[in-house]
Design a protein around this ligand. Structure first.
Ligand code: ITT
Length: 185
């Protein structure tokens, strides 16, 4: 099966290719713009995006993700794309300077529509912490400042390793299971 991933984020796309192709699904990227509402939960943003895109598209997946930092009451969360553009990783680290409580999680919410099937949403989270300084040069976005084991940042992991533990990797496995079970495999 070939699946279109609607995203403008090349980093996400690479992870989809790696994770889904390992599960026997081929992906390709499209960057059709869609309506991304401001809401409190990623699921609401994705639900709205699904409904908007389904008016013209019959087969696709979308992904809305975010970094939720406990000490900042979940910020940047649903504002992650904006926060990364305006504050950047250095700005987030400034907000966390000298803060002891560094727990954070990445969340990934995937919306999927396949021909002749009802749309569905799957989500997953990866818990970890905010490092004191950026580490590593792989990955994208907030990867240099987030660690799931408190030692190595996501930017220090090969993509394959990140996919085995990350919010997106977990959500993609749920997606593949759901697609498989709906196909009766
Ligand atoms: P879309 O076109 O798919 O919406 P986007 O970059 O706007 O791409 P999101 O709103 O889902 O994507 O992402 C919010 C921000 O969180 C964005 O700046 C991403 O780079 C960042 N982000 C998402 N997943 C990430 C991950 O696995 N590692 C690091 N940063 C991530």
């Amino acid at each position: 099966m070939r699946i279109k991933v609607i995203t403008s984020n090349a980093g996400k796309m690479r992870e989809y290719a790696q994770a889904l192709e390992g599960l026997g699904l081929e992906v390709f990227q499209d960057s059709v713009p869609y309506d991304e509402i401001q809401a409190d939960a990623l699921e609401d943003v994705v639900g709205h995006g699904l409904r908007d895109l389904m008016m013209n598209e019959d087969s696709f997946i979308i992904d809305d993700s975010g970094l939720f930092i406990d000490h900042l009451k979940g910020f940047p969360g649903v504002y992650s794309a904006y926060a990364l553009k305006t504050l950047g990783n250095q700005g987030i680290l400034e907000l966390m300077r000298d803060v002891k409580e560094r727990a954070a999680r990445f969340e990934c919410c995937i919306g999927c529509k396949l021909p002749g099937r009802e749309p569905f949403i799957v989500s997953a989270a990866c818990h970890g912490s905010i490092l004191d300084a950026p580490q590593g040069d792989k990955g994208f976005g907030f990867d240099p400042i987030f660690s799931s084991d408190g030692v190595r940042s996501f930017s220090e992991l090969e993509m394959e390793e990140k996919n085995t533990i990350s919010h997106r990797g977990l959500a993609v496995r749920k997606l593949a299971e759901r697609i498989g079970s709906e196909e009766g495999i």
